[in-house]
Write a protein that binds this ligand. Structure first.
Ligand SMILES: Cc1cc2nc3c(=O)[nH]c(=O)nc-3n(C[C@H](O)[C@H](O)[C@H](O)COP(=O)(O)O)c2cc1C
Length: 366
């Protein structure tokens, strides 16, 4: 009996198993609109058997994109482009999820294959926003544009943009929403003392730095249906002295739970250069386990999860409720199906009939 292939119910939404596809920017849009690339990429992973497929970081406003090729959800046209993709994923048994995001000071860059460097004016650079007017990289570094320190009005507008994005995600047919507060993007920049130098009510103490993410979640929960689960991904540690700690994460997870968040997606790092994370198989799993235990909230584990037995142990041993895979799912969109076969759980995971009658043993391929 595989724990990984047990269903998971969050609010009124049932995931057929505990394998999720982690959000992955594709840098494949024009004007932030989803297209046939997204349908094939996300659709394949739904057909491949995942219980949950999370659409990449989707910008809540144009300047919240990392690169101009990023996906957006800042207008109804963006939601309409996403709707058939969400419907396709749902039709093939995966719960369609989307991550709503704002890149903050790490916006206005080229896609990573062009060196992830800041856009030049000739390339259409825009002014980024952040808690404080400090760039991610020092001058001459890869992402060195100086952001504008946000005013109170800017902060209110960003909160409203997250809520509007959540409403559109609901209308587009997504059943699960994830707020992106990790990886050094805007909400993480507010959380981390390494990026937030404010001395007003949006900075300083833990309460001040956590205020924006909590207000965003409150606004989002206010429009996101009660029946649908809400996830928050945050960086559970900054991996640098003076940065965000795992104790901070437990405290934040408790607050988020009280605001109606159903699961913490525990990632880490990327808020300033120079960190030294302990990379290795399942390296972030202990973060998800600690938050799950001490804040009593379901968690998703992510990071170098590639082996079915490893994913099975993460769930079976109670480290997390969901195993998210990213890179492994680029190697193999059918990772969940192959994992089910390896774990003797194929009976739990029907593929679409067009494939199933051929692939399910005993092979009936004429
Ligand atoms: C191509 C690519 C794009 C990514 N884009 C996002 C993103 O949009 N949002 C996010 O939270 N994480 C993003 N990530 C991080 C992954 O979701 C995941 O946390 C990370 O890759 C670790 O998992 P892995 O070891 O299975 O790859 C991205 C990773 C990759 C490889």
């Amino acid at each position: 009996m595989s724990a990984l292939f047990e269903p998971l119910t969050l609010r009124d939404v049932r995931l057929r198993n505990r394998v999720g596809i982690s959000p992955m920017c594709m840098y494949a849009c024009v004007d932030g609109l989803a297209n046939d690339w997204h349908l094939v990429h996300l659709g394949s992973r739904a057909v491949g058997g995942a219980g949950l497929v999370i659409v990449e970081a989707s910008a809540v406003e144009p300047r919240g994109r990392i690169a101009s090729e990023d996906l957006g959800i800042w207008s109804d046209a963006h939601a309409q482009a996403l709707a058939p993709i969400a419907a396709f994923m749902a039709r093939h048994g995966a719960q369609p999820a989307i991550q709503v995001a704002h890149a903050g000071r790490k916006g206005s860059t080229n896609p990573p294959w062009r060196g992830d460097r800041s856009l030049t004016t000739a390339e259409g650079a825009w002014t980024t926003i952040a808690p404080s007017a400090e760039p991610f990289d020092p001058p001459g570094g890869t992402v060195d544009q100086v952001p504008a320190a946000m005013t109170e009005d800017d902060i209110r507008a960003v909160i409203a943009a997250f809520a509007a994005a959540a409403r559109r995600a609901d209308q587009a047919g997504f059943t699960v929403l994830e707020v992106h507060a990790a990886h050094g993007y805007l909400l993480h920049e507010f959380l981390s003392p390494l990026a937030n130098r404010r001395d007003d009510r949006w900075g300083g103490s833990f309460d001040g730095r956590a205020r924006l993410v909590l207000e965003v979640v409150r606004a989002v929960r206010g429009v996101w249906p009660d029946a649908k689960p809400l996830l928050v991904r945050f960086s559970a540690v900054d991996w640098l002295p003076g940065g965000w700690t795992l104790e901070d994460s437990v405290a934040l997870a408790r607050r988020l739970k009280a605001e109606g968040v159903d699961m913490i997606d525990a990632s880490s790092g990327w808020v300033v250069p120079g960190e030294a994370p302990p990379f290795g198989p399942g390296w972030q799993v202990p973060l998800a386990a600690r938050i799950r235990r001490d804040a009593a909230i379901p968690t998703a584990a992510v990071g170098a999860i590639s082996d079915p037995a490893q994913a099975e142990a993460i769930v079976a041993e109670g480290h997390a409720d969901l195993a998210l895979i990213a890179t492994a799912s680029l190697h193999d969109p059918y990772w969940p199906f192959h994992a089910a076969r390896a774990l003797g759980a194929l009976d739990r995971l029907p593929l679409p009939p067009s494939y199933d009658y051929v692939l399910r043993p005993p092979a009936r391929n004429p």
